[in-house]
Design a protein around this ligand. Structure first.
Ligand code: ZN
Length: 458
């Protein structure tokens, strides 16, 4: 096989699907988080299949507007009920422990324990996935049915974990091409024991790398990034700031193992070659594809597509995050993903690579979203003063503590204002594009300006 197109034609979907399920099953029980030995063990498994360069960045290293956090390594965690029975045990499921829980060992009555317990009343048999990376606390997640059955009395809680200076780990696999231009494929590696939201993306990325490595004639270099979500992408951007111009195209791989139709979330500008290539690739495979305009929250597109970087990166998934009931719960297990779906996803990624290798066809149609920007509506316009990656809003008191029912809208409005405040878009444009009430967008802009993150343009 000398071209990516031929590699796609020769793809043995059945074998590839089985192999991806095997990899997902191998990675499933590993205790991953933002940092720690779980990420290292995951990368070590990936490195058995593809050449991987592993990076460690020490705690406290400044990266863009952020700092590499302390390293977290959980060992043991459980709750004993008044009779001494372990009613919740981290050994049974990784989701039982809130990620980044601080160590604790104490006895306390149920009413004091309750604020530390998280469940899903609407899905009473499932364990939710919760983390607390930037708030020092501890907690457990459990089925609501179990929570409701707990009786009054004194409970014993143990969390044996270390949260100390160490490092954050990520891995990169580069398959060089004949040009110095690169395609970025990015997957997060921080979810503990969730199959579709995380392992499916890793499995497809690893198998895509294996398939592309067998193609001798590649125009592009392909760089596969396996990094913790958010801070990992921020650190990678910070370390690669001077060479981001070589990235011509990029995709974020996640949610690729469920049975749903493909969804493509376009790059920030919406008219990049990657946006055209994905549509052409999926059409060529005869796959249904739902395309969506960019919005500034979700996975690491919120970093890659921040206005300072504005990289041509889209998100190709099956059912997007948050839109299936199993999302971020214990029901997102190995039975929720399938070999056939994974194989179809691998074909979609290979077909996209083939389209990129073959070069641009007809120019993509101009995105509707850009129209608002060109109109220069009369409203106020701002410039984001921290445009590289997302600024840390929590540190500035902008996340949480705002109260009221409108808080979620307000937080989303801040992300929209930050992402679109490049001088081109007025607040009216942002309200129109985001569908948020103009008043909320205005409040968000005021708060960001007061925090020194925006400057008003004349
Ligand atoms: Zn997730």
């Amino acid at each position: 096989m000398s071209t990516v197109r031929q590699a796609l034609a020769a793809l043995d979907r059945e074998a590839a699907g089985r192999s991806m399920m095997d990899l997902a099953a191998e990675l499933y029980p590993i205790r991953r988080s933002l940092t720690g030995d779980g990420v290292r063990a995951t990368l070590e498994r990936i490195a058995r299949r593809i050449p991987l360069q592993v990076h460690e960045l020490p705690t406290g290293t400044p990266v863009l507007d952020w700092t590499v956090p302390r390293e977290w390594n959980p060992r043991e965690a459980w709750i004993r009920d008044p009779s001494g029975r372990r009613v919740v045990d981290f050994a049974d499921h990784n989701l039982h422990l809130v990620g980044y829980s601080v160590p604790v060992h104490r006895r306390l009555p149920l009413n004091e324990l309750r604020p530390h317990l998280h469940s899903l009343p609407e899905q009473p048999d499932l364990i939710p996935y919760r983390t607390s990376y930037y708030d020092e606390t501890w907690g457990f997640c459990l089925a609501h049915r179990l929570l409701a059955s707990l009786r009054e009395g004194e409970y014993e809680v143990l969390i044996d974990a270390s949260l100390e200076d160490g490092s954050m780990t990520w891995g990169e696999c580069l398959l060089p091409g004949s040009s110095s231009e690169e395609v970025l494929i990015s997957s997060h590696v921080c979810h503990p024991q969730l199959a579709n939201d995380n392992l499916s993306g890793i499995a497809v990325a690893v198998h895509l790398a294996e398939a592309l490595a067998r193609v001798p004639e590649r125009r592009y270099g392909y760089r596969f990034l396996f990094a913790p979500g958010g801070i990992g992408a921020i650190a990678w951007l910070a370390r690669n700031r001077d060479r981001l111009d070589s990235f011509r195209h990029g995709l974020i791989a996640a949610n690729l193992g469920d049975g749903g139709a493909f969804h493509y979330k376009k790059s920030r500008r919406g008219d990049r070659e990657i946006d055209r290539a994905v549509v052409a690739a999926l059409a060529g495979l005869g796959e249904d594809l739902v395309t969506e305009d960019f919005f500034p929250f979700g996975y690491d597109e919120r970093q890659y597509c921040s206005p300072g970087f504005d990289l041509p990166v889209g998100v190709l998934t099956r059912t997007p995050w948050g839109r299936y009931p199993e999302y971020h719960t214990s029901a997102d297990d190995l039975s929720f993903i399938g070999a056939g779906a994974l194989a179809g996803s691998l074909a979609a990624y290979l077909a996209t690579a083939a389209a990129l290798e073959e070069g641009p066809g007809a120019p993509a149609s101009r995105p509707a979203a850009a129209e608002g920007g060109r109109k220069r509506a009369s409203g106020r316009r701002y410039r984001n003063l921290e445009p590289f990656g997302e600024p840390q809003l929590g540190r500035r008191g902008l996340y949480g503590g705002l109260g009221g029912a409108g808080r979620k809208d307000f937080e989303i409005a801040m992300l929209w204002v930050l992402n679109q405040s490049d001088g081109e878009h007025s607040l009216d444009d942002i309200a129109q594009r985001s569908g948020l009430p103009p008043g909320v967008v205005g409040e968000a802009a005021d708060a960001l300006r007061d925090a020194g993150l925006l400057e008003e343009l004349a």
